[in-house]
Design a protein around this ligand. Sequence first.
Ligand code: NAG
Ligand code: NAG
Ligand code: NAG
Ligand code: NAG
Ligand code: NAG
Length: 780
Amino acid sequence: MGIRSLLLSWTLVALLASICSAESAWHGHTTPGSTRISRFTPYYVPPGAKSYDSSSPLIHYTGTWTESFAAKYIQKSAKFTSEPGAAMSFTFTGTGIEWFGSLDSKHGIAQVYLDGNPVERVDAYNNASMSQQRVFWTFGLSQGKHTLKIVNTGDKSGASRDVVMDVDALVVTQGPPPPEALTQQNMEVSYSDMPSYPPLLDLSSKFIPEDEWTLVQNGSTGVHAMQLTIISETHALIVDKVEHNPLTISGHPAWAALYNLRTHALKPLSMQSNSFCAGGTFLSNGTLVNVGGNPVVEDHTAAADFGDVDGLQAIRIFEPCDSANVDDCWIYENHSRIRMASPRWYNTVLRISDGSAMIIGGSLKGGWINNQTTNNPTLEYFPPKNIAGSDGLPIHLPFLVDTLFSNLFPIAFSLPDGRVFMAANRDAMIYDWKTNTERRLPRIPNGVRVTYPMTGTGLLLPLSPENDYTPEILLCGGSTVDDTKPGYEISSQDPASSQCSRIVLTDAGIAIGWQVEQMPQARTMPDAVLLPTGEVLIVNGAGSGISGYGNVVDQVGASNADNPVLTPVLYDPNGPVGQRFSSAGMPTSDIPRLYHSVATLTPSGDIMIAGSNPNLDRSEVKYGTEYRVEWLGPSYMKKERPQILGGAPKVLGFGQTAQLNIRLPSTSLQGASVKVALMDLGYVTHAVHANSRLVYLKCSLSDDKSTLTITAPPNGNIYPPGPGFIYVVVDGVPSSGVKLLIGDGRSPPVDREALENLLEKTSVDQYEKSRGEEKEDDSE
Ligand SMILES: *[C@@H]1O[C@H](CO)[C@@H](O)[C@H](O)[C@H]1NC(C)=O
Ligand SMILES: *[C@@H]1O[C@H](CO)[C@@H](O)[C@H](O)[C@H]1NC(C)=O
Ligand SMILES: *[C@@H]1O[C@H](CO)[C@@H](O)[C@H](O)[C@H]1NC(C)=O
Ligand SMILES: *[C@@H]1O[C@H](CO)[C@@H](O)[C@H](O)[C@H]1NC(C)=O
Ligand SMILES: *[C@@H]1O[C@H](CO)[C@@H](O)[C@H](O)[C@H]1NC(C)=O
């Protein structure tokens, strides 16, 4: 919808909005009935999908079937057979189908056919008894008519006592619709309030085929990818909120998974608490912490607790998992021992120079745009510290009061002098955590806000010994929308900002202030990904609107944003001003990546792009819940690449050297430029790429060019101790990354007294207590 038609229908829209009273992500209170734990089973019909009950006349049964009636079945009935050869067939129009039924110790093995072809043998045996389970699912069929047939094979696994097969319901999914012919071209937006700049990008400019990037769709995340981090050379960890994802664990939908980057295989992970809008970081010993969340995701029409534990104070532990076999990797939670002092939703988590986690800001309870009531204007540490008398308790940060309202998910980076850069809303500062002092920086120019829900993205640009590790910050995108406006005065068509702002964090650089450039396209919710080459890839996001869902007047589906930006852009921080952005050779995606999208560099050097879910729960309505993964391959992926053949130590202490056995590309000439990039690939959530870092290492090449001697960064200020990947970059072409642990690999310091004081003076799950005792579920 354009601005003009929007204004014309303003009254109608406002009226509709008040009737529907669609709610934001989570409004901080629960409706009556939602304190009752109801069953959280995989059965769910996403908006846009259609469910067919077992009794539907469109489902054809052959052989002997009986109908069973019980409250636990969908529509209170299900069809059963234990006759070998009995079959069910169903013809549907859509791109996916899900078969729901029961699992128990009497179930046998079914053969599933799609359009006449055998696709899978499904064993519905389970030693527990569970109803409303997803027995089989497939998405990504071609648009059109398909037939699902299931046949009772009469076979069973050893433990089963019978060969039962049942059908409770079938759900036909449509898949997210493709965007309408790249709608951003039709946008009616005005940049008249923006200063003008020289032309940014000439899309007609010729490019060399060799420079072409590739975009391949492959794999599904199984749980929606709200949060993403690379845990090893082979796997990524994906964390979502509690919702009806297709991936299942222990009879209910999973909300976290490990993703095999090579095979695209998934392993669902079990979590106790709701990780909705959490943040995360690795610690100095390689352990990952996932921090914060909320107590409950509720549906405003059918308030339901999903049986998860309150995640507001959660610290979830994921111990190092470096092997390609991830069978023994789990998430561990124990809120009576490991937790935060205060509740935090939308917090940023940063690894600091001593290898511990700084947990910054967030909201005490739900809400959308932060305010005085919901704000948690403090930070705390894991493990807890005693700083300025805090003794493990939260430390007040005036910056987080002064930056209200649009200040959730602050952008933060550890600086090479050990202090911390922080940006929130239109402001920025340098925080000395050892002395608890703030140094305010100049305001970000032109009224651009960069943090939730006016979400931009930020990076610490590459550090190198050549420039004495001079820190420079880049902030891109966001919005100039007034953060004092209520949702009903904000439009999904309000233009996003195209501004990138840079500041050098030396006294001289601060005196000069922010330098402003314009991206070729405006973006809210962009992701900025550092490449080993030192360039920055900017991808994902929307051309208009802001973060969140269910808040603005003219939501698209539930999305507060519209006009997906589908073409990535590369930013060269060292290029001449005015020529730093380029989309030459860049493919254009057909998958909108709006709120809750992610992108990260992978060990192999390409970019994994996933997510998008501006919805309360899984949806198939524009803009739906996106499970498809895309792999963006920079042009260097096709070139002959340098290789690290061996010699990388598992742990590399500060200032220590190591000898890498390498193979240079056969084409590299005498005097080739050889660099080594040490990278933290970051923890991505809500466009915050926390801990994302590139430090070039001192290195020297042996005369025979087969050994590269590298020197680790001098100390934990330059690279906070913890895991990283090293890439050898020869003439702009990087090798694959090899994982190592920088520092001594030891756990971060623990102040026992601060820890004890935190556990004694604060209570767990304060919000849970405040809303009363849980009732037992007696619905079965
Ligand atoms: C059911 O199977 C699981 C996994 O194989 C096992 O851990 C559990 O002990 C079994 N339960 C019963 C009641 O046999
Ligand atoms: C997807 O990944 C699998 C496993 O690596 C591979 O065999 C397949 O060829 C890939 N498909 C595409 C379209 O790249
Ligand atoms: C959680 O921590 C408490 C207190 O230290 C301990 O008693 C309990 O066994 C722990 N639970 C688990 C599952 O580790
Ligand atoms: C703050 O936000 C909460 C959650 O959205 C809302 O209920 C409350 O009314 C707001 N308070 C103020 C003072 O605006
Ligand atoms: C790393 O340190 C954290 C915090 O003390 C601890 O919970 C975790 O178990 C440690 N991991 C390893 C592998 O030692």
